[in-house]
Design a protein around this ligand. Structure first.
Ligand SMILES: Cc1cc2nc3c(=O)[nH]c(=O)nc-3n(C[C@H](O)[C@H](O)[C@H](O)COP(=O)(O)O)c2cc1C
Length: 339
């Protein structure tokens, strides 16, 4: 059997295959209250019918001022639990595991009012200048991640991912390009990691299930982070009980990136080998054969599919045909496979 369709166990959770839907913002909480709407129900439900082994829900804000846009999904209030519970029910009834990406947009938030970041440096001219966070605000935000993790557990999620990539708040602390602090949260790698360390510890206090962290393994800018530098941080994450690093790249500062198929896979490989931790590969992976090459050559443990799953909710069937593997389908669709 193709490795892509082998079950994959992380702690107490067994995924039916190694295909994960990458977190993708839908900006569809139309009432601007962070709540689940019909769009989310149909969108995530379809990908579960489509046989993805894991769906990681889009960046979901742990605090209202940490939203990328006013239409982001939220998990900052108990009132969000009901809608999210409906999503986990819709996803899990098809044998797909339900994950959620806990997020704070930091200096990339575009909501009204003050926005926060490690340092008062705007991302670009098109963004607001953030307010540098006080230690009290850092502690409040760490707590917000922990409370959000509890709400995710109440809503029935199987897996959590912390959004430490793409220039959002956690990433802003990790990279020296956006973190110019001179206190214990800035300077050395250990100091820049402190914010994420506190979040992981706070979440791990109560969350016993699988925990992923998404990182931007390359800043594509002189003086920024590289995948080699992330090996050290990945080792710290592993020691703290993180199960898998979801290896993305870029967007902490405006930098030119020339993407091509599998362009982030080498970063996954570097971190997987260097830190001896499981990784997820993501970025322009669009065919079953390409996914199988990555897994077969031990370059990653999980394949995250983003835009290809927007184009085709049933992509896993196509990949299975390509890899000559038969996979289950809902009984309602059984006749699709007979003549
Ligand atoms: C519409 C859209 C929304 C996205 N939102 C998120 C997000 O919420 N969190 C995140 O970590 N990445 C987000 N991404 C990045 C994807 O998860 C993925 O890493 C990226 O699209 C590259 O993979 P792909 O080539 O398979 O699409 C988004 C991408 C798209 C296209």
């Amino acid at each position: 059997m193709a490795k892509l369709f082998e079950p994959y166990t992380i702690r107490n959770l067994t995924l039916k295959n190694r295909i994960a839907m990458a977190p993708m913002c839908m900006y569809s909480s139309d009432k601007e209250d962070g709540k689940v709407e019909d769009w989310h129900r149909v969108h995530y439900g379809s990908r579960a019918v489509g046989q993805s082994g894991l769906i990681i829900l889009e960046a979901t804000a742990v605090q209202p001022q940490g939203r990328i846009s006013a239409q982001d999904l939220g998990i900052w209030d108990d009132a969000h639990i009901e809608g999210l519970t409906e999503l986990t029910r819709l996803i899990k009834q098809h044998g797909t595991a339900a994950g959620i990406q806990l997020a704070h947009a930091g200096r990339k938030a575009t909501v009204d009012g003050d926005i926060q970041a490690p340092s008062a440096i705007a991302f670009s001219d098109e963004y607001k200048t953030p307010v540098a966070m006080s230690k009290e605000e850092i502690t409040e935000t760490v707590n917000a991640f922990a409370v959000a993790a509890n709400r995710a557990a109440d809503a029935g999620f199987d897996l959590l991912e912390l959004h430490g990539a793409h220039g959002y708040l956690i990433n802003e602390f990790l990279s020296p390009l956006s973190n110019h602090r001179i206190d214990e949260y800035g300077g050395s790698a250990e100091n820049r990691y402190r914010f994420l360390r506190e979040i992981i510890d706070a979440v791990r206090d109560t969350w016993e299930g699988p925990l992923f962290v998404r990182i931007s393994a390359e800043d594509y800018t002189e003086g920024g982070m590289t995948s080699e530098q992330y090996v050290e941080m990945a080792k710290w994450m592993k020691d703290q009980g993180v199960d898998l690093i979801d290896v993305s790249s870029g967007a902490v500062v405006p930098a030119k990136i020339n993407p091509f198929p599998g362009y982030q896979v080498p970063y996954s490989e570097t971190i997987r080998t260097g830190a001896e931790i499981a990784t997820g590969a993501v970025g322009l992976i669009t065919s079953g054969l390409q996914a199988e090459e990555i897994l077969g050559n031990d370059r990653a443990d999980l394949i995250l599919i983003g835009r290809e799953l927007l184009r085709d909710a049933y992509w896993p069937y196509q990949a299975a045909r390509e890899l000559h593997t038969e996979i289950e389908s809902p009984v309602q669709y059984g006749r699709a496979w007979t003549f």
